[in-house]
Design a protein around this ligand. Structure first.
Ligand SMILES: Cc1cc2nc3c(=O)[nH]c(=O)nc-3n(C[C@H](O)[C@H](O)[C@H](O)COP(=O)(O)OP(=O)(O)OC[C@H]3O[C@@H](n4cnc5c(N)ncnc54)[C@H](O)[C@@H]3O)c2cc1C
Length: 331
């Protein structure tokens, strides 16, 4: 179905009517508690010393890229696309950021020789954003240029709200410098995101839409899950009508069903969007979607610095903490 310029307003109105069925709110106190506990030295020591064996391996493909390769290949063989990430963030010395750039370039070479359907998602604070935004720009530009030589793609993850301006500035600069094999992420929990999206749409961007994984104050992010979900649907529709490529990154079946209906009614093809989920989260559902003919990508990270990533996954679901603690007790 052809799209017209007045569709976005109509779509926003329609999506306001989308019924998000009431269900148990993901306990915000629980989520805040787990995220706050990540900086507790006792929790950190306990989880870091046993975590990989006790549960992190459910969400992380290995501590080295060599360990991650068979995992990525197995996912590809099941019809799932993948991306990978060398876990790490908040790096504040230039030498470490250099090592990260070199590792990503080596990963891209290896992905090409292994024939994997895998791209890279990275964090700018892993490449020095907190040290010097100019250094982060040079580093990410080097990785993006290297990916270009392999016909590969780089996604810039979105971190805490304090990093959104710098992240979007760097994304725009990469595009202005002629790099088209790069995309970024928007978070539906932030009040600012609809305005950010409008400002990005003229670039025909490749955007991943997520709900948002960080602890943010109510002054800048919706504290209630139904509001985050509603904002997600509105943003997804807007992106898919007027954007370039949209990655619907969620495990939320109601949203995924809604997107399926919306894209089929509007004739939006699989060259314009895909579903993305995390390695270890709802694996059967991931396969079901792929088998039903949908384009599905599994974000499959690796690396020794998995602690913060694991804690964010635990915070997303109370049952994950119970499962993790049970593993510890059974040990
Ligand atoms: C591919 C991908 C990339 C992402 N990149 C970013 C990013 O760059 N920046 C950012 O802030 N956030 C990112 N996130 C995380 C995101 O913001 C959410 O925190 C996360 O996806 C959980 O929300 P949900 O959309 O699945 O919805 P929810 O409403 O939280 O979950 C829906 C259902 O999915 C299942 N589920 C969700 N999470 C889990 C889990 N951890 N374990 C088990 N089951 C679960 C449950 O059944 C739950 O009921 C990313 C997520 C994905 C899938």
């Amino acid at each position: 179905m052809a799209t017209t310029r007045d569709e976005p307003a109509a779509a926003t109105k329609r999506s306001a009517n989308v019924r998000i069925l009431p269900r148990v709110d993901l306990n915000p106190v629980f989520r805040a508690g787990i995220l706050a506990a990540t900086s507790n030295p006792f929790v950190s020591r306990a989880v870091r010393s046993h975590g990989m064996r006790l549960g992190a391996s459910r969400f992380v493909a290995g501590e080295t890229f060599d360990e991650a390769i068979p995992v990525l290949r197995a996912l590809n063989q099941k019809g799932l696309r993948t991306n990978t990430t060398l876990l790490g963030e908040g790096v504040k010395d230039a030498a470490t950021t250099r090592a990260v750039v070199d590792e990503y370039k080596a990963d891209l070479d290896r992905i090409a020789t292994e024939g994997l359907r895998t791209n890279i998602a990275l964090k700018l604070t892993h490449l020095g954003l907190d040290l010097d935004p100019e250094l982060a720009y040079r580093n990410v530009a080097e990785v993006v240029a290297h990916a270009e030589t392999h016909g590969n793609f780089i996604r810039i993850d979105m971190e805490e709200s304090a990093r959104v301006d710098d992240t979007l500035r760097i994304y725009r600069r990469l595009r202005a410098d002629g790099h088209d094999n790069v995309g970024t992420v928007l978070q539906s929990y932030l009040y600012r995101t609809p305005a950010d999206l409008e400002s990005l749409l003229p670039l025909s961007p490749n955007l991943r839409l997520v709900k948002g994984a960080y602890l943010e104050p109510a002054s800048i992010a919706y504290p209630r899950k139904p509001d985050v979900d509603r904002a997600y649907v509105d943003l997804a529709e807007r992106m898919m009508i007027d954007g370039g490529f949209t990655a619907i990154a969620t495990h939320d079946e109601r949203i995924i069903d809604h997107v399926m209906g919306f894209t089929s009614r509007r004739g939006i093809g699989t060259d314009r969007f895909e579903f993305q989920m995390l390695y270890g989260v709802r694996p059967r559902y991931q396969l079901d979607l792929a088998r039903a003919g949908h384009r599905v990508l599994i974000a499959t990270p690796y690396g020794p610095h998995w602690y913060l990533y694991l804690m964010r996954r635990l915070a997303e679901r109370p049952a994950n903490v119970a499962w993790f603690v049970t593993n510890m007790v059974k040990r």
